[in-house]
Design a protein around this ligand. Structure first.
Ligand code: HEC
Length: 132
């Protein structure tokens, strides 16, 4: 009985790890395709035009808004690391929940972050509460 429980537990860990790798790799590709034009491949942004994602207190502290921003875009003035940015970021409304989860998993597990897997369910929950 105890043996059975251990096997099940082991398998679910393996599955989660495999999913993490898949999301991370897919997320990196999607990041390059959809985000790196402005934020750069290494996430450092571009001068005062495009804020950084690699070192960013916004990314570190405002997880839900980051998830929402991918489909909804961003507008208005904002502070990132104490610097003001004020350029509209276009949203990509056709990104699927899975794609947003993959990009978010990449973003939060690279450049020194290690939040772990961001699931589709988390993205759905957060997205239901995004500002219109
Ligand atoms: C056309 C250029 C452009 C693209 C493409 C773009 N962004 Fe942005 N992004 C911006 C701008 C400009 C801002 C600042 C918005 C403001 O001033 O209100 C910003 C702000 C942000 C912020 C909050 C500030 C920060 O630096 O932490 C995050 C997070 C973000 N973008 C993530 C993404 C992600 C993820 C993608 C791809 C899905 C993406 N962006 C694609 C231009 C872009």
């Amino acid at each position: 009985m105890i043996g059975t429980i251990q096997v099940i537990h082991f398998q679910s860990c393996q599955t989660r790890d495999a999913r993490f790798s898949q999301y991370y790799v897919q997320g990196q590709q999607l990041y390059v395709q959809y985000c790196s034009n402005c934020h750069q491949k290494d996430g450092t942004g571009l001068g005062l035009l495009y804020p950084p994602l690699s070192q960013s207190d916004f990314v570190d502290q405002r997880f839900s808004e980051v998830v929402c921003s991918m489909r909804k875009g961003l507008r208005g003035s904002m502070l990132v690391n104490g610097r003001e940015y004020n350029q509209p970021m276009p949203g990509i409304p056709y990104l699927t929940d899975l794609e947003v989860a993959e990009i978010t998993t990449y973003l939060y597990n690279t450049w020194g972050r290690n939040r772990g897997l961001v699931t589709v369910e988390e993205v759905q929950q957060i997205s239901a509460a995004c500002a219109p």
